[in-house]
Every structure is written in structure tokens, then in C-alpha cells.
Design a binder for this molecule. Structure first.
Ligand code: ZN
Ligand code: ZN
Length: 98
């Protein structure tokens, strides 16, 4: 998308910039199983992602059910969790609009 705005912008420059922003913790990786890494601005409140299986877009889902500590075997210490919702987004006919 940036290539449409910046003439002559090479993909190497894009990746180099992403790497720098990751090092500066301005960007955070969003790693989904079997997918190339995506990135988002870091420091957002706790959230999860919805992955549309039809168009492949990933959406933020705010709110968390929590309570994962209850699932952890005795003697284990939970440090973090990832929740990924899969389905179809509105554009891809998830549910009718009206
Ligand atoms: Zn979709
Ligand atoms: Zn959560």
C-alpha cells in the first residue's frame, strides 16, 4: 500500500523499516499459525484477533473471556495466552447486514 504513496519505494526498504520499528517496539508482531507475520502498532489494550477464512483479513477483537488460569494443570504457571477466532467477516457473508 505504501508503494502507491511513495514513488520508488522498494520492498527491502519496507522490511528494513518494519525491522527497525519492531526493535523500537513501536510495532508488535501478530503471528497466526501457518500465516506470514503481520504487524500492528504495539501498546494496544489486551485484545485478540478474528481471522476471516474467506478473504484472509485479520480483525481485532476487543474483550477477553479470561479465566484461562483455570485450564492450566496444577503446578503450571500461565504467562500469556493467544485466542484466535476463525470464520467469515461481514464482507464475506458472515451474516446478512440487515
Ligand atoms: Zn472476509
Ligand atoms: Zn485475552
Amino acid at each position: 500500500m505504501a508503494q502507491e504513496k511513495v514513488e520508488g519505494l522498494g520492498i527491502a526498504t519496507v522490511y528494513r523499516t518494519i525491522r527497525t520499528l519492531l526493535e523500537e517496539a513501536w510495532l508488535a508482531p501478530v503471528d497466526l499459525p501457518g500465516e506470514a507475520s503481520r504487524y500492528e502498532v504495539s501498546g494496544k489494550e489486551h485484545h485478540h484477533h478474528f481471522h476471516c477464512r474467506a478473504c484472509g483479513k485479520v480483525f481485532e477483537v476487543f474483550g477477553c473471556l479470561g479465566g484461562y488460569t483455570n485450564l492450566v494443570p496444577e503446578g503450571f504457571q500461565l504467562e500469556s495466552h493467544e485466542v484466535i477466532l476463525y470464520g467469515r467477516c461481514r464482507e464475506c457473508g458472515g451474516l446478512s447486514r440487515n
